[in-house]
Design a protein around this ligand. Structure first.
Ligand code: MRU
Length: 349
């Protein structure tokens, strides 16, 4: 078994976007067709499709889906309507920069087509969305190639949330080094944090790594410190939703705690990202908007209520890990080490 046995997270077939409904895993494997703007918006908002690169690809194809209903409009109206739809799709989730990055990229391509017919414009934006999708496939593989040597024979690796195949077009970011180390027949173990409140670690990471034949053990988030203390972990790899110019990293809530623990135990803490997750417009973590989600995600475990009615709840979906806790960023262009202010900017050139 290998990552070859994993399904594709997103598929564009005959002008419809199909995504694996990640809210149904691991009990049910269902692909849902997204046929209009509300399907796409709701799929991103409710986490049917999630993970920074995957929502970028979904946003890009989402614009193509929106454009289909404007083909009989004038070219001017086509652009104007699509501009409004772009704003709406972009508002589905604020923290992962890949969504706005992909939407901006498609719109930029459109704005270069002023003399075109609407059919030609549609062809152009579909081409851009397809490129974003294809590039993500390649980028994940390159992240894996740069990161796999960090994994040594016999290592225990901790990961948080799901920065796996399900969060991208194929190999994942944090998981790409693992899949490629597996290809090299290295023996290693992965410990997947459950990742409360929505359990992306247990529902998604555990599912995909197990399906790919990787030796994976699920732990509750509050077990990570003792698992590190026991000497089982030699490496941490996580993904990110947005990395500021100074290397401060927004990722799934709980990542900050993992980074602090890794520092305490002297375990290298790596963040695996495509460079599209870098946002040099944000100088530091304070500039990153953190998505706040509804209280039911915290008050229920699945269908079961686990908190009193009317309890006050905080539910930030992400936290920011300061860059001094990050050992390095594994990107498609290589591993970036401190000083991040200088070296992250350099890698974008
Ligand atoms: O809320 P989610 O499930 O979209 O959060 C996802 C994460 O935090 C991932 O670690 C991040 O998007 C990187 S995915 C390669």
């Amino acid at each position: 078994m290998s990552f070859e046995s994993l399904p594709y997270t997103l598929r564009w077939v005959e002008d419809i976007l199909y995504v694996i409904d990640q809210t149904k895993l691991p009990e049910q494997f269902i692909e849902v067709p997204l046929r209009n703007i509300d399907d796409v918006y709701v799929a991103i908002k409710t986490l049917q499709v999630r993970g920074a690169p995957a929502i970028g690809v979904a946003g890009a194809y989402g614009l193509c889906i929106c454009a289909q209903k404007y083909l009989n409009d004038s070219p001017n109206m086509f652009m104007q309507n699509l501009g409004n739809d772009a704003k709406y799709l972009n508002s589905a989730r604020p923290t992962a920069v890949n969504l706005s990055w992909a939407i901006k990229r498609v719109m930029k391509r459109l704005y270069g087509c002023v003399q075109f017919t609407t059919e030609q414009m549609y062809g152009e934006i579909l081409d851009e969305a397809t490129k974003i999708h294809q590039e993500d496939l390649i980028t994940c593989r390159q992240i894996g190639e740069h990161g796999r040597d960090l994994i040594q024979e016999g290592f225990g690796i901790l990961t948080h949330c799901n920065a796996g195949s399900l969060a991208t077009s194929r190999l994942g970011t944090a998981t790409a080094p693992m899949y490629l180390a597996q290809e090299q027949k290295k023996r290693f173990k992965v410990y997947a944090d459950e990742t409360r409140p929505l359990c992306q670690g247990s529902k998604l990471t555990a599912w995909e790594l197990q399906r790919a034949g990787i030796d994976v053990t699920l732990i509750c988030d509050d077990m990570a410190a003792s698992v590190m203390a026991s000497g089982r972990i030699q490496l941490v790899i996580v993904g990110a939703d947005r990395v500021a110019a100074n290397g401060d990293t927004a990722n799934k809530i709980g990542t900050l705690g993992v980074a602090i623990m890794a520092k305490h135990f002297g375990i290298p803490f790596y963040v695996a990202i495509p460079t599209s997750t870098l946002d040099i417009q944000s100088a530091c973590g304070h500039d990153i908007e953190i998505e706040q989600r509804g209280k039911d995600e915290v008050c229920f475990f699945g269908e079961k209520r686990t908190a009193p009615v009317d309890i006050q709840v905080l539910n930030p979906a992400f936290d920011v890990t300061p860059s001094y806790l990050v050992t390095g960023f594994i990107t498609e262009k290589g591993i970036v080490k401190p000083p991040y202010e200088k070296n992250l900017k350099a890698i974008l050139k």
